[in-house]
Design a binder for this molecule. Structure first.
Ligand SMILES: [Zn+2]
Length: 358
């Protein structure tokens, strides 16, 4: 089962209210103007090569958006033939281990600093503008009016070439990094997709089975990802939690389509009636429509996907907001996550949490 880690003070819940979450991913240096909403989620691949110049432009664009909180994970880039690039592109410099080993292969005459690039996302300035960068960790989002939810975000996806934040899929969930997801997670953000869900009809192996099993365990209301550009779309999965002998079973999957794909009208998904911990809305929010190809680039653009969800409203008297959001619940399960968390905390020493400064 999912790890339950000690948490920051739980909110004193006054009621429930709707929140609007705008989902985007795989923008690859496109700086679109997403629809209005309370929270923006970017599920990685903001850039093409994770260079300082690209990441700086990306953070300036994201920081300047009006959404009160902007949740960001990095995405993954590979040293494979440049005709078809699939991977975590931001991770070339944002993944410390990858950068140390392979960073020199990228940005040839333009040395990059992992620490400097990461600081763009975890600085006081980014925090004060509502940016919440999640590097395989859980945090509580608390809006100024008390609306709150628990989010887990991770840049990791299955290896598909030599890019940052890539892992070899383990044999079973217990061996995977996905046991780190706290059981009370309401919203999950990963760069890669779970297996069999919006992970491309051409290459279903791109999705991760362990991630799918972790979803079954936690059953968050919403899981946002990207990575597989052609898999963009929305599915509602009902989980079978009654079967005594079969784990990780699904009762049904329903595809939710944009009723007006050709128009500029919002692609809106209403989750206000969702059966909690029984179903999950999966959103592949890729903005570019194709993998990058020589001479063509990323081809067309998709719309952002807008999700309405009910969340708790917390009592914010007596400075509770700062306490609740005092941040990050560092993940404690496993060497993998410990290594990630310690690398990041050195860089983030001086960084405030989003909510205490927003
Ligand atoms: Zn991408």
């Amino acid at each position: 089962m999912a790890t339950v880690t000690p948490t920051t003070p739980q909110p004193l819940v006054l009621g429930r209210k709707k929140i609007r979450i705008v989902c985007i991913s795989d923008t690859h240096n496109i700086q679109l103007k997403p629809p209005d909403g309370d929270v923006l989620i970017h599920a990685g691949d903001m850039t093409n090569a994770g260079s300082h110049t690209e990441l700086k432009k990306a953070i300036e664009w994201i920081s300047g958006l009006k959404h009160e909180v902007k949740i960001v994970v990095a995405g993954y880039l590979a040293l494979q033939p440049r005709e078809s690039l699939i991977g975590n592109h931001d991770g070339v410099t944002l993944d410390p281990a990858f950068f140390k080993e392979f960073g020199d292969h990228f940005h040839n005459n333009n040395p990059q600093s992992h620490e400097e690039n990461l600081r763009l996302f975890v600085s006081n300035e980014a925090g004060s503008q509502g940016v919440m960068y999640l590097s395989h960790e859980a945090k509580r989002v608390v809006l100024k009016d008390g609306r709150t939810f628990q989010v887990f975000g991770s840049p990791w996806s299955k290896k598909g070439g030599m890019w940052g934040f890539g892992y070899d899929e383990p044999n079973y969930l217990g061996e995977s990094l996905w046991t780190d997801i706290p059981a009370d997670t309401d919203v999950m953000v990963t760069h890669g997709p779970p297996k069999h869900h919006l992970d491309s009809p051409q290459a279903p192996q791109i999705g991760c089975e362990c991630l799918r099993q972790a979803l079954w365990n936690v059953r968050p209301a919403l899981h946002v990802f990207g990575h597989v550009h052609q898999g963009r779309g929305v599915e509602m999965v009902k989980w079978d939690i009654q079967s005594r002998h079969t784990q990780y079973k699904e009762l049904s999957t329903t595809r939710i389509l944009d009723p007006t794909p050709e128009s500029k009208k919002l692609f809106k998904v209403d989750l206000t009636q969702i059966a909690e911990r029984e179903e999950t809305c999966l959103v592949n929010a890729a903005i570019v429509t194709q993998p990058w190809r020589k001479g063509i680039g990323h081809a067309g653009r998709n719309k952002a996907i807008v999700v309405d969800l009910m969340v708790d409203v917390a009592d914010l008297r007596d400075g509770r907001r700062d306490k609740m959001a005092a941040g990050s619940r560092p993940i404690t399960g496993g060497e993998f996550a410990r290594a990630q968390t310690s690398t990041r905390s050195q860089v983030a020493e001086d960084a405030h949490t989003v909510s205490s400064s927003a």
